[in-house]
Design a protein around this ligand. Structure first.
Ligand SMILES: *Cc1c(COP(=O)(O)O)cnc(C)c1O
Length: 402
């Protein structure tokens, strides 16, 4: 039996890899009159806010806040440690790695890129070879994306630190955790990361508009070496956010700060380790379903080895009928929005339609994931897309087993 009316009326679900689902509590916290930015509640809130942000990043060092998105944090991080003419190494595993490198190039850096393609993680042997060849230590920083949101590859930052140490190379280890923070395990200090950038609209569950650069004392020493640092991007005054927004830095992103306060309360009430665990179980359920669908037809996971997959985002391939048809169907018929493929096909090439992504970062739970997977199953059936069976049973089995 067919039905022509849409089943989309009801609460919709935006399952794209950022912006992520915004908790009602975060939105409620933001729905208020403009606060005084010079004294009172907002100013008094700042020291606790930065402390709680650092607890998510697992660092005792410094954090600078920016009114800007992840691209702003890319630029800010580089502005503090890279002088024009300095060399940076970009081990890229997708479009976001390439993007951070492009940002560095536009800031005057000489960028050496090792492109590991779109389906495999960084190869530490190749990185070691490049670092070893740099006898004069011209490479000042390695720009590593923890989870590349285009390919959904998760890179081993611990192994990258070990590679730098084995070679004895002093370059800063800089990590982009914009997709992964609060989703995949990340320990800035224990892993020896010198600079980490993240945004507020993915695992941190706040509407887009704020980003953060975390840095340790080694990175601070690299900043001190620069002949000059951009007034706006300078992280030093911003590392004292309560003063920065009062005296140096212009108007604070007031409502984002309230939203962030609530989001951090939610994360710490649940516990950072529990948050990671929830993401891990939900990701395994999603992979179980995707592996089931992949046993027939053209459905395939972009990352074959589960060890290199992220708990925040899953990149998928579906050629015929293509992923765009499936995305359109689940959005129009079910109120479920899936992510477009990003960076997987040349710009303008119609093969772009053969890719899509699932965002499972932040405010996501078991019923949402089962609903998303059930929606995809319905779409595959409605569009008569050849696919393997048992996907939902496999996902339910993971959820049932916790
Ligand atoms: C989303 C994302 C970015 C870009 O962040 P914007 O807020 O869109 O500028 C960069 N890197 C990664 C890994 C991301 O997931």
């Amino acid at each position: 039996m067919t039905h022509t009316s849409s089943l989309a009326h009801g609460r919709s679900y935006l399952a794209i890899p950022g912006p992520s689902v915004m908790p009602d509590a975060v939105l409620r916290a933001m729905h208020r009159a403009a606060p005084n930015i010079y004294a009172g509640e907002l100013v008094e809130m700042m020291p606790g806010l930065t402390a709680d942000l650092k607890r998510v990043a697992r660092t005792k060092h410094h954090v600078a806040m920016y009114t800007g998105n992840g691209h702003a944090a890319w630029e800010a991080s580089l502005a503090n440690v890279i002088a024009p003419g300095d060399k940076v190494l970009v081990p890229a595993t997708g479009r976001f790695g390439i993007g951070w490198g492009e940002t560095a190039r536009c800031q005057g850096a000489e960028v050496e890129t090792i492109d590991f393609g779109k389906r495999s993680p960084m190869d530490m042997d190749r990185i070691a070879e490049t670092l070893r060849a740099d006898k004069a230590h011209e490479i000042k920083a390695v720009l590593a994306v923890h989870v590349d949101t285009s390919t959904s590859i998760r890179n081993d930052i611990v192994a990258l630190r070990a590679t730098l140490d084995d070679v004895g190379h002093p370059a800063l280890l800089m990590a982009d955790c914009i997709a992964s923070l609060g989703c995949d395990i990340f320990e800035m200090d224990a892993w020896g990361v010198d600079v980490m950038v993240t945004g507020c609209q993915k695992g941190l569950m706040v509407p887009p508009g704020m980003s953060f650069v975390f840095f340790n004392d080694k990175a601070e020493a690299a900043r001190a070496r620069l002949p000059r640092v951009s007034w706006y991007w300078d992280w030093s005054p911003r590392a004292h956010a309560e003063e920065f927004f009062q005296y140096h830095g212009g108007t604070a992103p007031t409502h984002h700060l309230y939203g962030l306060r609530t989001a951090l309360d939610m994360i710490h009430d649940e516990g950072v380790e529990q948050v990671w665990q929830r993401h891990a179980v939900l990701a395994r359920a999603i992979w179980a379903a995707c592996e089931g669908w992949s046993t027939s037809g053209s459905f395939a996971m972009n990352v074959a080895d589960a060890a290199h997959r992220s708990n925040a985002v899953t990149s998928l391939r579906l050629q015929s009928p293509n992923a765009t048809a499936l995305r359109d169907w689940v959005e129009g018929q079910l109120g479920l929005t899936l992510g477009i493929g990003l960076g997987m096909a040349p710009p303008g090439d119609p093969s772009w339609h053969g890719f899509f992504r699932l965002g499972h970062m932040g405010h996501v739970n078991g019923q949402m994931v089962m609903g998303m997977l059930g929606g995809i199953e319905a779409g595959l059936r409605a569009l008569k897309i050849d696919h393997g069976g048992g996907a939902l049973e496999a996902a339910a089995e993971v959820i049932a087993g916790g």
